[in-house]
Design a protein around this ligand. Structure first.
Ligand SMILES: Cc1cc2nc3c(=O)[nH]c(=O)nc-3n(C[C@H](O)[C@H](O)[C@H](O)COP(=O)(O)OP(=O)(O)OC[C@H]3O[C@@H](n4cnc5c(N)ncnc54)[C@H](O)[C@@H]3O)c2cc1C
Length: 284
């Protein structure tokens, strides 16, 4: 849609060319959300396309994904064969919405938009990613994925700050098995629950990145494959940092009780799928 309030369009070739950030300026990445609804508060769009931040790099420091990487590029990329965890990244792309969207939308755009239904946010939490953020003067700082989003459409980014890249260390989870599970009420609707499961067969450790059902992504982890009782206990108020009643979303797409239930179902399915055949036991 036309954004009638926009008066200026900037297309910087370097980050340092962006100066004098104003409250009514907005970064433009893929534009799939920005151009999808009215943005009356936006007067200047700062297009990130020319910044050349779309790299996918495999180095001794692990995996680095530039903020403007088009999501679909992750599907075509040849990751090291033993980096099984990249399946979760591919799940985040495939489950986003449509072929058309994933060919335009960026990884950084999805993370910074910070919808509760973000597919990348719980994935990055499960994979223990960290984000490199640039201040307007170019000074970088790092934040763990779990600490980035604070509420729906709310992140720790300050005015003019930008997500530059996502980094996942090779020591952490890239070799873990992963799977992506998402549930929506209608086929084209936003997710009411997302669970990204990461499982390490040698130690049986399990991490669940939870999204969709909660206001900001959460991590629930176990030092061994959890029993059904342990899974249920993980949702007790004592186990989760915020009181349960404040944590789960409650709207016309799903009540908090329903969202919690579906989240647990997806957790069971995720770990049952990943652990099948690894320890000779059948679960749930
Ligand atoms: C039909 C449809 C279905 C959708 N379904 C979903 C869904 O299921 N889940 C979901 O999460 N989203 C969904 N979206 C919303 C959106 O399209 C996606 O989240 C997409 O990934 C956004 O990426 P983008 O690059 O297009 O972001 P843009 O639209 O360009 O930007 C989104 C926001 O992030 C900011 N931003 C972008 N990049 C950066 C950066 N590097 N640093 C700082 N700020 C930045 C922008 O300023 C803007 O405020 C849907 C949209 C449509 C049209």
């Amino acid at each position: 849609m036309d954004l009638h309030s926009v008066e200026t369009y900037l297309r910087p070739q370097t980050f340092s060319a962006v100066s004098g950030w104003q409250p009514d300026w907005n970064w433009l990445a893929g534009g799939t959300w920005l151009f999808n609804e009215a943005q009356p508060q936006v007067k200047t769009l700062v297009d990130m396309q020319q910044l050349d931040w779309s790299e996918i790099e495999v180095t001794s420091a692990g995996l680095s994904i530039g903020a403007t990487c088009i999501q679909n590029d992750l599907l075509a990329f040849s990751f090291p064969e033993d980096w099984k965890a990249t399946e979760a990244l591919k799940g985040a792309v495939k489950e986003l919405a449509s072929f058309k969207l994933s060919h335009t939308a960026t990884v950084g755009g999805n993370i910074c938009l910070a919808l509760s239904a973000s597919t990348f946010a719980p994935t990055m939490v499960a994979l223990q990613a960290r984000y490199e953020i640039w201040r307007p003067n170019g000074d970088p700082y790092f934040v763990e994925a779990i600490n980035f989003q604070t509420a729906p459409k709310q992140t720790i980014l300050q005015a003019g700050e930008v997500l530059r890249r996502v980094q996942i260390s090779p020591d952490n989870l890239l070799q873990w098995r992963t799977c992506f599970k998402r549930m929506a009420v209608g086929t084209a609707g936003l997710a009411i629950a997302i669970v990204v499961t990461a499982y390490h067969p040698p130690t049986q450790r399990v991490r669940f990145g939870i999204g969709g059902s909660v206001k900001a992504p959460r991590l629930i982890e176990f030092s061994a494959i959890p029993t059904e009782k342990q899974l249920a206990e993980a949702f007790s108020e004592a186990s989760l940092a915020a009181p349960l009643k404040e944590l789960f979303l409650d709207d016309d797409r799903g009540s908090k009780t329903y969202r919690q239930h579906i989240t647990q179902v997806l957790m069971k399915r995720g770990i049952a799928e990943l652990s099948a055949g690894t320890d000779g036991k059948r679960r749930y």
